[in-house]
Write a protein that binds this ligand. Structure first.
Ligand SMILES: [Zn+2]
Ligand SMILES: [Zn+2]
Length: 598
């Protein structure tokens, strides 16, 4: 969004946004007072708060924030009215020239209007279309959050400004609840937990956005993969392997090069002149497999699945841990079916998604019907009849499923509309995990055929679907969703055996571990020369579900003293019983840590 559009947005502010934007003015007022010579760019309301972009004589540090907040509180206590006026453009230009405010001047010069809006509160005067609260006393409880760099107009060639963020709410309770949510999100941040729990790493030498999965993270991923592969086999999917490179021409035929180029890496030109690209999607490869022989209506539906690795050119500023990466592996599948089979197949995919979510413990999710933006002919295939047909089919499938859904314009794939399943994250915000897409476009572009009952060639329909999303995204999501406390079946280490005395009890500890390993559990024995309590604490910090403390008493009675990562002390449990119960919870992929006592 351009700076000018951003300014226009304010006209439609809700009362809460109006209050937050007013807080941005008051923050600028405080900064103007504390940092003479400050130059101001723009200060809009944003989700949960506001910011102001400023050029200051020196970089702000977190230590500056209390002083700015204190000065803001003075302005709020003074209850200055926000006074609106309209100035002729020339008067405004002269004023901001005199005040040495080049960003304001540039904005005015870009405005077509003969007059510009001005708001003043107390000593601070700003170029603004409003609206605002009536006076500074109406600004609710606020807090300044952080400073970040931001290029003027988002342009790397323009000056780097300081963006000061704040949050403001209607009541102290709302402010506190928000700060607690943020703190909880920080505690659960998958980048932090990924490091603490040794799940994955990013290496500068390998490159940004190219995560390396450490053994424990790889264990979790492999378990998820094995789970979904087995589910897919049950449902008649056939798994394939296909390469991550392909000729550029393949993506010209598919339309990716035309519509999706911005997300693709530049072609590699071979000596022969042949051009190869890293694939941004797996569909064209699977289409080639479909085309590898003549297909009859009796063969359909054909469900081709792959944990397909692919590459997308994300901007470096947008990369984040496993959540936003440049190399990713999608739990992908393409279903080739007859038009008559399409609805049934679509419904089966949604039911599979529902089953998987029940196992992962997702309860808070909803369905988004993602449609094209009819005005955007670059991003979306220009074929009115195709869009009409596939949207109608999707709506019918959703009606048959009887699920509630909402619509979102502009979020479709270039080749057709899709159903996105949105799961609420730790902050209560929706993230797309699964997608199901109906596609009449690629079968046309690749001239796909099957021989019908009438002996004539017909065009199949394609369904693209991802259930677990990419392994990277689902891992980031699960780490945060579980706060690192993976259910037993996914925990990289399921139990740590802790001998009370390492000399006397290490033999029995090894025997316990052996019994558990024989039953398929992932177990470690902690033989470090540490105190028992320290070992228990370390295992808890690693979020290991079970700590099995063993000493003389346990060795004599073939038992373990069971402690849970929740710090609950279950007490003595016969070894055999522990093995049986842990195996049951694992095999059932239960969310339960240990059965509650009667
Ligand atoms: Zn304003
Ligand atoms: Zn696809």
């Amino acid at each position: 969004m351009s700076v000018e559009e951003e300014l226009n947005q304010s006209v439609a502010y809700t009362p809460l946004q109006r209050m937050r934007h007013s807080a941005a003015h008051v923050m600028a007022e405080a900064v103007q007072d504390l940092f003479p010579g400050a130059r101001f760019a723009i200060g809009p309301a944003i989700e949960d708060g506001f910011y102001y972009d400023m050029e200051l004589p020196r970089p702000l540090t977190p230590e500056d924030l209390p002083a700015i907040e204190a000065r803001m509180r003075e302005s709020v206590a003074a209850n200055h009215p926000f006074v609106r006026s309209v100035w002729p453009r020339e008067q405004a230009l002269a004023y901001f020239r005199e005040k040495d405010q080049p960003y304001k001047i540039e904005i005015i010069e870009n405005l077509p209007d003969a007059e510009v809006g001005i708001y003043q509160e107390g000593p601070f005067l700003d170029l603004c279309r409003g609206p605002h609260v009536e006076s500074t006393g109406q600004i609710g409880p606020f807090k300044l959050m952080r400073v970040a760099g931001a290029y003027w107009r988002g342009d790397e060639k323009r000056p780097m400004l300081q963006r000061l963020y704040g949050t403001a709410w209607q009541s102290d309770d709302e402010l506190n609840a928000y700060l607690e949510r943020l703190e909880e999100a920080r505690r659960r941040d998958h980048r932090k937990l990924g490091k603490d729990l040794e799940l994955f790493m990013i290496s500068e030498e390998v490159g940004a956005g190219l995560p390396l999965w450490l053994p424990k993270g790889a264990t979790v991923r492999r378990l998820l993969e094995e789970y979904i592969l087995a589910k897919e086999r049950d449902q008649g999917y056939q798994h394939v392997y296909t390469p991550q490179l392909a000729k550029l021409d393949l993506y010209k035929t598919s339309g990716h090069w035309e519509h999706y180029q911005d997300s693709m890496y530049p072609p590699m030109v071979m000596e022969s002149g042949e051009e190869l690209v890293l694939r941004p999607m797996n569909c064209p490869h699977h289409i080639q497999i479909y085309m590898s022989k003549t297909r009859s209506y009796r063969d359909l539906p054909i469900r081709i699945a792959e944990l397909g690795t692919m590459y997308r050119l994300e901007r470096s500023g947008e990369l984040a841990g496993l959540a936003r990466v440049r190399a990713m592996t999608l739990n992908d599948a393409h279903i080739f079916c007859t038009p008559e089979q399409m609805l049934g197949e679509f419904i089966r995919v949604v039911q599979l998604i529902q089953e998987v979510y029940a196992v992962l413990g997702f309860k808070d999710y909803n369905y988004r019907l993602s449609l094209r933006d009819p005005n955007d002919k670059v991003k979306f295939e220009d074929n009115e009849a195709m869009w009409q047909r596939s949207e109608a089919a999707l709506r019918e499938a959703l009606d048959q499923l009887g699920v509630a859904y909402y619509e979102s314009v502009g979020d479709a794939a270039f080749y057709g509309p899709k159903l996105d399943v949105q799961v609420a994250n730790v902050l209560g915000k929706d993230e797309t995990i699964s997608t199901v897409q109906l596609d009449f476009t690629l079968p046309e572009r690749f001239q796909l055929e099957y021989i019908g009952e009438d002996g004539m060639p017909h065009r199949p329909v394609m369904i693209h679907r991802g259930v677990l999303s990419t392994m990277e995204r689902i891992m980031a999501f699960l780490i945060e969703n579980y706060a690192g406390n993976f259910p037993v079946w996914l925990a990289p280490v399921q139990a740590v055996v802790i001998p009370i005395s390492d000399e006397r009890h290490s033999g029995y500890a090894e025997r316990v571990a052996q019994a558990l390993r024989a039953a398929g559990r992932r177990v470690e024995v902690d033989l470090r020369k540490e105190r028992m309590n320290a070992k228990v604490r370390d295992a808890q910090l690693q979020k290991v579900p079970y700590m099995l403390v063993v000493g003389d008493k346990e060795a004599e009675s073939d038992a373990v003293s069971l402690r849970l990562r929740t710090n609950e002390n279950v007490g003595a449990v016969p070894l055999e019983e522990f093995v049986t119960v842990a195996k049951r919870l694992n095999d059932e992929r239960s969310q339960e840590l240990w059965p509650a006592r009667e």
